[in-house]
Design a protein around this ligand. Structure first.
Ligand SMILES: [Zn+2]
Length: 88
């Protein structure tokens, strides 16, 4: 990492195609147990205080969605969790 950085507007281009696709097409690779699979394969618990999706292999948290009035909070797993979206 260098001292040079861009402001958050630099994320708009890379995020736009991800936020525009059908989320059920996303794939996940669990950093904890190695399971790979589609979003539909996650185990979802809730609905209160929000939806928590866990890995079917090890129960690690893959994502959380919570609504608060007009706002929706989205947390994508831990620091190593990632989803793959087809954007092209
Ligand atoms: Zn797992």
């Amino acid at each position: 990492m260098t001292d040079a950085y861009l402001d958050g507007n630099a994320l708009a281009g890379p995020l736009a195609p991800i936020l525009a696709v059908d989320p059920t097409t996303a794939w996940r690779h669990c950093p904890d147990c190695g399971v790979r699979g589609p979003l539909a394969g996650l185990r979802v618990y809730g609905p209160e205080p929000g939806l928590t999706a866990r890995c079917p292999g090890c129960e690690a948290i893959a994502l959380r969605i919570t609504t608060e009035g007009p706002f929706t909070w989205l947390s994508l797993g831990g620091p190593d969790g990632a989803f793959r979206f087809r954007t092209g």
